[in-house]
Write a protein that binds this ligand. Structure first.
Ligand code: S3P
Length: 436
């Protein structure tokens, strides 16, 4: 695929359902009693991996391409699978399902693609082991034909669940995947399980589990869950994914003569740091029709072309825009002055090392972008030209650099551009809709 500069984007757009909320709808539905209906479910590869894993664990799940029906079997209704559970590219599936599997009396083995096999799992092994689960990692080279033990902290691994002790875990990282994994294991523990984070991460698990009937309380950066709740199936309407809307927010702000409305976007404050960052950069964004849907704040976002300037992105803001940092870095290259991104070392352990993949591709396009150990520094204002983008199979790198390519001189091309299907299968079609 090749992209060249386009002059203006107009109209209206609805982005697909939120990835984090779609995963949780399936998982929490599976361990609840009766039927859970998930509408506007994200039909991206990651969430389809979650469906496949829970089907393998004995849950009937109907998927008509938009609405998903999960026939839940209650907290203790999952069945062990002889086959390896394949999470594909999805870190959320792997880390959250591990919390649930920690509370089951059977053994499960989990694996995923080449990217997932490099992602750190010690962050969940440590707390879940403290609770009583046991883990064995396998050498990926010889797996599964010749299983050889490995001392790595990555997939593939086997988890032996069982009766769990409650803990109060002081998490060294602000990670909703870690927090959620422990809270889900806490449903099976012998007392109240608590997780304290250094900075609050996205709270979809806390909001949605409460909606299913769990006793779960959040106080500042601590979440506490009571064990053995009776969870009842729910109707969940998934809002549009702000992480997907972020590419269009950036596109509208940096492209001249553009104005469009992105409808039905989830704007939960633990996720909407992109709005705060874009406004601080001088972006012309307006939230319209603010409402609450399935316990989550939702709005329509009006985006207009803007002259942007550099900012510092750091501290408590980071977990609220962690997945949006690649496209914020692209915006920074089109802004006047310097943008500093710090406290974001988590970028190194995402689907690619995003400090390296972002700065390498920005540099290839002529931008002034320097990597740092916990982020990057981008000095805007240089002419940006087309280049060959190395996506590293990372959906967020492909989409962030599509936004850059649509505003660059000359041609931008990509390797593995189809990796966008992980979270946004209709991404390229949706760009064309705003050009029509
Ligand atoms: C997610 C949490 C974030 C995010 C990921 C989805 C979730 O990861 O990057 O895309 O659904 O809980 P961390 O919690 O590890 O930061």
């Amino acid at each position: 695929m090749e992209l060249t500069r386009k002059h203006s984007f107009h109209g209206e757009l609805t982005v697909p359902g939120d990835k984090s909320i779609s995963h949780r709808g399936i998982m929490f539905g599976a361990i609840s009693n009766g039927l859970t209906e998930v509408t506007n479910f994200l039909q991206g590869a990651d969430c389809l991996s979650t469906i496949a894993c829970f089907r393998q664990l004995g849950i009937e799940i109907e998927n008509d391409g938009s609405r998903v029906l999960v026939h839940g079997k209650g907290l203790h209704g999952l069945k062990g699978s002889e086959q390896v559970l394949d999470v594909g590219n999805s870190g959320t599936t792997l880390r959250l399902i591990s919390g649930i599997l920690a509370g089951q009396s059977f053994q499960s083995t989990l694996n995923g693609d080449a990217s997932i096999r490099k992602r750190p799992m010690k962050r969940i092994f440590k707390p879940l082991s403290e609770m009583g689960a046991r883990f064995q990692c396998w050498d990926a080279m010889h797996f599964p034909e010749h299983p050889a033990k490995s001392s790595s902290d990555c997939a593939p691994f086997t988890i032996q669940g069982g009766s769990l002790r409650h803990i109060h875990y002081q998490s060294p990282i602000a990670s909703a995947q870690v927090k959620s994994s422990i809270l889900l294991a806490g449903l099976y523990a012998d007392g109240i399980t608590r997780v304290t984070e250094p900075v609050l991460s996205r709270n979809h698990t806390e909001l949605m589990l409460a909606g299913f009937g769990a006793n779960i309380v959040s106080t500042e950066t601590t979440a506490a869950v009571w064990p053995e709740p009776v969870l009842e199936g729910q109707s969940i309407c998934v809002p549009g994914d702000i992480s997907s809307a972020a590419y269009f927010i950036a596109l509208g702000l940096i492209s001249p003569n553009s104005e469009f409305l992105i409808q039905n976007v989830g704007v939960n404050p633990t996720r909407s740091g992109i709005l705060r960052a874009a406004l601080a950069m001088g972006g012309n964004l307006t939230l319209l029709n603010e409402r609450t849907v399935s316990g989550e704040p939702v709005a329509d976002i009006l985006v207009k072309s803007s002259s942007l300037h550099g900012i510092v992105v750091e501290g408590e803001l980071i977990p609220t825009l962690i997945d949006e940092l690649p496209v914020i870095a692209v915006m920074a290259a089109f802004a006047e002055g310097e943008t500093v991104i710090k406290d974001a070392q988590e970028l190194k352990v995402k689907e690619s090392d995003r400090i390296a993949s972002v700065t390498e591709n920005l540099t290839a396009m002529g931008a002034d972008a320097l990597p740092a150990w916990d982020g990057m520094i981008i000095r805007g204002g240089r002419a940006i030209h087309g280049a060959r983008i190395h996506t590293y199979g990372d959906h967020r790198i492909a989409m962030a650099f599509a936004v850059a390519g649509l505003n660059a001189d000359g041609v931008t091309s990509f390797d593995e551009e189809q990796c966008v299907a992980v979270s946004y299968p209709s991404f390229y079609e949706d760009i064309n809709k705003l050009l029509a």
